[in-house]
Design a protein around this ligand. Structure first.
Ligand code: KG4
Ligand code: ZN
Length: 341
């Protein structure tokens, strides 16, 4: 079976082709055209501009992902939300037209579900029940999964997402966009105990997060201590390391508490922030230190950030569950949630 995935929810136009043979997955093509260069000068994504970029790139990107002659696409899978309305529309309507033309079924996929399923490229058989921490530019959620396709949200951010916190901090420090990878790189040369930043909600009994106060604390910290630019430059590694550690501490603590409360034996990371090496190491260290009997899985770097391969793979699990919506009934939903049912 061959599935073509299409992803346009934010600032990457992506089309990927996966083949499933006797239950094994093979990625035949994974084309990702990033809009990062366009948005670097703005320090964030501008929806209207993003949609125009998707329009320019969607056909060339899909063309590059098409199979070699003799191979036929059996299904199309496309992100229907959450994300930017106009960007999502371009992906979905292009996919709908192709599905109509090629006379094949189209699967509407939740982007967050795609992020979770990126882990199945890493390991073919993953044991349930599991806890997944989704950490991306727009979301920070802890999800409990008892079987394929069944999600229960047990916690989420009450304001900013973890990735957004990285991005906004980088903007305050004049470091560019997206902030996560830049802050991570600087942090590698810094001391994470150098400065004290708050760990919001780390002690609260629920599984929710809040990152906007942490962001504000950085703003005041910079105002009070670093009026001179050259002094700030020298301290960037220490500031980034200390700030990053505050985010990591909250994510690790609350997620491991959820693992204990729901007594699961598998933990997955998902989303762009899962690319952060320090986050992965902190999880690993705490799991070992607490002697937790837990399998800890995270996707390869290129499958942490947005890509259409994860959308195609989530589509495969929809097919297994016979979850196929008629072509004219699939709609975009910028606010689509996961695990609220
Ligand atoms: O999943 P993603 O590509 O897009 C969304 O669905 O939002 O995530 C993008 C987010 C951005 O906020 C970016 O700063 C963050 O992931 N990110 C990172 C790293 N790589 C990407 N955050 C921390 N460390 C990284 N290495
Ligand atoms: Zn994403």
């Amino acid at each position: 079976m061959i599935i073509l995935g299409i992803e346009t929810s934010c600032d990457e136009t992506s089309a990927s082709l996966i083949e499933i043979k006797r239950g094994e997955f093979k990625i035949l093509k994974n084309i990702v055209a990033s809009q990062i260069k366009t948005f670097q000068k703005y320090g964030g994504v501008i929806p209207e501009l993003s949609a125009r970029e998707h329009l320019k790139k969607i056909i060339p990107v899909i063309k590059k992902a098409l199979p070699s002659q003799g191979k036929k696409i059996d299904y199309l899978a496309v992100t229907q939300g959450p994300g930017l309305m106009t960007s999502l529309l371009i992906g979905l309507e292009t996919a709908r037209a192709l599905a109509y033309l090629w006379k094949i079924p189209l699967l509407g996929i939740n982007h967050l579900e795609g992020h979770i399923y990126a882990n199945w490229f890493k390991k073919r058989k993953i044991n349930f029940p599991l806890v997944a921490l989704i950490v991306s530019g727009g979301h920070t959620e802890i999800v409990l999964m008892k079987e394929h396709g069944k999600y229960k949200k047990i916690g989420q951010t009450l304001d900013d997402a973890a990735g957004e916190c990285f991005d906004k901090a980088a903007k305050m420090l004049n470091l560019g966009y997206p902030g996560g990878p830049i802050i991570e790189k600087l942090a590698q040369r810094g001391n994470n105990h150098c400065y004290k930043f708050p760990r919001p909600m780390i002690k609260s009994k629920d599984f929710n997060f809040s990152f906007s106060g942490l962001k504000t604390s950085l703003l005041y910290f910079l105002k009070n201590n670093f009026k001179k630019k050259n002094k700030l430059e020298k301290e960037l590694p220490n500031i980034c390391a200390s700030f990053q550690q505050a985010i990591i501490d909250v994510l690790v603590e609350k997620t491991l508490r959820a693992v204990q409360k729901f007594q699961v034996k598998t933990l997955l990371l998902a989303g762009g922030v899962a690319a952060n090496q320090a986050l992965r190491k902190n999880f690993q260290n705490k799991i070992e230190k607490r002697e937790m009997e837990l399998e800890f899985i995270y996707p390869d770097l290129k499958f942490c950030t947005d890509n259409a391969a994860m959308i195609a793979l989530a589509g495969y699990f929809h097919i297994l569950k016979k979850k196929i919506t008629p072509l004219d009934k699939i709609k975009v939903n910028p606010q689509l949630e996961i695990g609220n049912e």
